[in-house]
Design a protein around this ligand. Structure first.
Ligand code: HEM
Length: 414
């Protein structure tokens, strides 16, 4: 069968499409319903092929040899040319091998006590608070502290200094990459230099100490078998802060929001919280949260050769955005319901890919899952959370889903 031509929105300049993209949370879903699971449009003058669904994504991940990583210009510049996110082939594999050592099961066992201590700090703060606490902001602080403490081995004071520059850097990630004086992008480039300098000092000071996980990187080799130099390593560390912070914070905020809105699910979960059989009710609940509100809306690839996705022809050199929300035209009402049981009773057959897939699958998945499990178990066992009335619980979707009013809660001891 010959492949069908690539359906297109017909956008010429991409201006209208760009405005719609930022304004309409259903931007891609609307176009998928109209044009199918593979279509092309233009955003910020860049042609982009959007794909969704198991068939198209499965076809893409089977053709890794014809793909390379791709990021918008602003992200590419802010992450840096040495970052593994901006590399492909042997360069990329070698760095994944080195950085992956930070997330081995031995490394995770080493990090566990520090993560539990951070969870305990939050449980204490919640119990002692006189007024409502914005839980989403606390989850951001927690997710950042986990990487800064467990991986980088930083004390609170250095952590705060890093955090301030990191927030300036993050704000310009998806902006227009024009470094005119005073623009967010120029400020972010300056923050990037300070972050790299700080990370280099951390790397050099911690090299001989077993604080954090940085000793696990020593002896890491590049694609030619030569030791990775510090300039290379610090760009990998910057990537970890970027990749591991907003994403994990979003999953945690959305998890607690879902439990607060669905007390019967919380009760079902509590009955079995200490059961270690996998997949557990907690695994199913976290997966259900990620099904309904994927922390990462999608990821990009560029095809170096022409390929076919779900029988649609994609000419060489296209930027492809994989959209991760689950899709189905059947049984729609049930799929709009928050029902973690679907992942245990066999009634849900789609493969979800909240952590991506293939050669670039999330490198920090095991750490993220550990953080989420420890935070969920730690808080649920110690405190009963109550939603503060009159707040907007709708989700703001960009950069990652988070409750608009910050998820204001009060806590009582269990
Ligand atoms: C719930 C939390 C998280 C989610 C949902 C998530 C999701 C993702 C996704 C979708 C990708 C893109 C995969 C692809 O291109 O195929 C990715 C890449 C990545 N993630 Fe995560 N992530 C999470 C947490 C973390 C954490 C905690 C870290 C590390 C501290 C991390 C490090 C990375 C890195 C380094 C990459 C780039 C991999 C590569 O290009 O080879 N992530 N993540």
């Amino acid at each position: 069968m010959t492949a069908a031509p690539l359906p297109s929105t017909g956008a010429v300049t991409g201006l209208g499409e760009t405005l719609a993209f930022f304004r309409d949370p259903s931007f891609s879903q609307r176009r998928f319903s109209e044009l199918g699971d593979v279509f092309e449009t233009k955003l910020l003058a860049q042609s982009i092929v959007f794909i969704r669904g198991e068939r198209a994504i499965g076809d893409l991940l089977k053709q890794e040899d014809c793909l390379q990583g791709w990021w918008p210009d602003s992200v590419r510049q802010l992450l840096g040319s040495k970052s593994l996110a901006n590399r492909s082939g042997a360069d990329h594999k070698a760095r994944r091998r080195v950085v992956g050592q930070l997330f081995s099961s031995a490394a995770l066992s080493r990090y566990t006590p520090a993560i539990e201590a951070l969870v305990n700090d939050l449980a204490n703060e919640l119990q002692q608070a006189e007024g409502p606490i914005p839980l989403a902001a606390r989850m951001r602080r927690f997710a950042f502290s986990v990487i800064a403490t467990t991986v980088l081995g930083l004390e609170a004071e250095n952590r705060d200094a890093l955090f301030a520059d990191f927030e300036i850097w993050t704000r310009a990630l998806f902006s227009i990459p024009l470094a005119l004086p005073g623009t967010p992008f120029a400020r972010a480039l300056a923050a990037r230099q300070r972050l790299l300098a700080r990370l280099k000092t951390v790397l050099q000071t911690n090299n001989n100490r077993q604080q954090g996980g940085l000793d696990l990187l020593s002896g890491g080799l590049d694609e030619a078998g030569l030791p990775l130099d510090d300039d290379d390593l610090v760009e990998q560390l910057l990537l970890l802060l970027f990749a591991g912070y907003e994403t994990t914070a979003s999953s945690l905020s959305c998890l607690f929001r879902a439990l607060l809105l669905n007390p019967e699910v919380e009760q079902w979960l509590m009955q079995d919280l200490n059961n270690h059989e996998r997949p557990s009710r907690l695994d199913a609940t976290v997966l259900e949260v990620m099904r309904m509100t994927p922390p990462v809306g999608g990821f990009f690839r560029q095809n170096t050769q022409s390929i076919e996705l779900a029988d649609v022809a994609i000419p060489q050199g296209r930027v492809i955005q994989v959209v991760l929300s689950s899709s189905s035209t059947t049984n729609q009402i049930d799929l709009e319901t928050f029902r973690p049981q679907r992942h245990l009773d066999g009634s849900f057959q789609q493969t979800l890919l909240p952590f991506g897939g293939g050669e670039r699958v999330c490198l920090g998945k095991a750490l993220a899952e550990l953080e989420i499990r420890l935070m969920a178990m730690g808080l649920l066992q110690r405190v009963q959370l109550h939603l503060e009335p009159d707040q907007d619980l709708n989700l703001q979707l960009i950069p990652s889903p988070t409750p608009r009013d910050g998820l204001l809660v009060r806590a009582t001891a269990r």
